[in-house]
Ligand binder design. Structure first.
Ligand SMILES: [Zn+2]
Length: 270
């Protein structure tokens, strides 16, 4: 599933090719995504200029005139840019054709993604209740401390709650907790502010590293025939049940939390 680093890399790959360009045509081949692609999309977008490509959580936001084209990649979606588009393949569901002939193509085999027109992005139900971005100043130890006081929810589940902070998926939550030395099952409300401060740093570090890895794949988003890849960090705990901890040698353990797999070192993480 595309996580925040993949979505941010998509944004960085696509934005330089589309910002400032006018939309010449919109072709929707299959409207049946997670929600139907709006029927009048071509009429809404034709002739307008793409002013910016932003990201909020895992949503790509194309600022276009008085509204926003919201794109979510779902489980299997990808967005790529072609100067000369190849013939359509199965699961290519929509093309945005720009005034210089560039084509932005949405591909999504499982169709859990979304393409929506949103007049006011900050007030949209998908976006308005989201917590701060992990790289925003608003995401700090004070914030985490405030929103977790008195709560018995495990810190890993708190970290993956989009109301508290967005874009920390399962892999990154596992890895950040290892780096911060915090056991995933620890009650969020019992963590001290200094430990939460370490966790904030660790979240930013793992995401920064993943985005940096994505940088080397930026070319895959333009005129490439293959699918953009996912970024494999050198995981310390994720998927390493029974393997020795890279720091202390203790066997990594596995536990399920709210249907998600958690991995931790019983010695390094308390
Ligand atoms: Zn260890």
């Amino acid at each position: 599933m595309p996580e925040l680093p993949e979505v941010e890399t998509t944004r960085r790959g696509v934005a330089p090719r589309v910002v400032g360009r006018r939309i010449a045509a919109v072709r929707v081949y299959d409207r049946r995504l997670r929600w139907p692609v709006p029927g009048g999309l071509a009429r809404l977008l034709q002739g307008r200029t793409i002013e910016r490509v932003d990201r909020r959580s895992k949503y790509l936001l194309f600022a276009i005139g008085d509204g926003t084209l919201l794109v979510h990649l779902g489980m299997t979606g990808s967005l790529r840019v072609f100067t000369t588009p190849p013939p359509r393949r199965p699961h290519d569901h929509a093309d945005l054709v720009l005034d210089d002939g560039t084509v932005v193509r949405y591909h999504d085999p499982r169709r859990f993604g979304a393409i929506l027109w949103v007049p006011d992005a900050s007030a949209h139900p998908l976006l308005r209740h989201l917590g701060p971005e992990p790289f925003d100043a608003a995401f700090d130890a004070d914030h985490l401390w405030r929103v977790t006081r008195g709560r018995r929810v495990a810190i890993k589940q708190a970290l993956m709650d989009n109301h508290l902070v967005v874009g920390v998926g399962n892999i990154y939550a596992n890895e950040a907790l290892f780096r911060a030395g915090i056991r995933p099952t620890m009650a969020a409300g019992r963590l001290s502010k200094p430990r939460l401060a370490r966790l904030v740093d660790a979240v930013r570090d793992v995401l920064t590293e993943a985005i940096a890895k994505g940088g080397s794949t930026l070319r895959d988003y333009v005129d490439s025939s293959g699918e953009p890849g996912y970024f494999q960090l050198d995981y310390h705990v994720y998927g390493r049940e029974g393997d020795p901890c890279r720091v202390c040698g203790t066997s990594i353990r596995h536990v399920r939390q709210g249907q998600r797999a958690s991995f931790y070192c019983p010695r390094c993480q308390r």
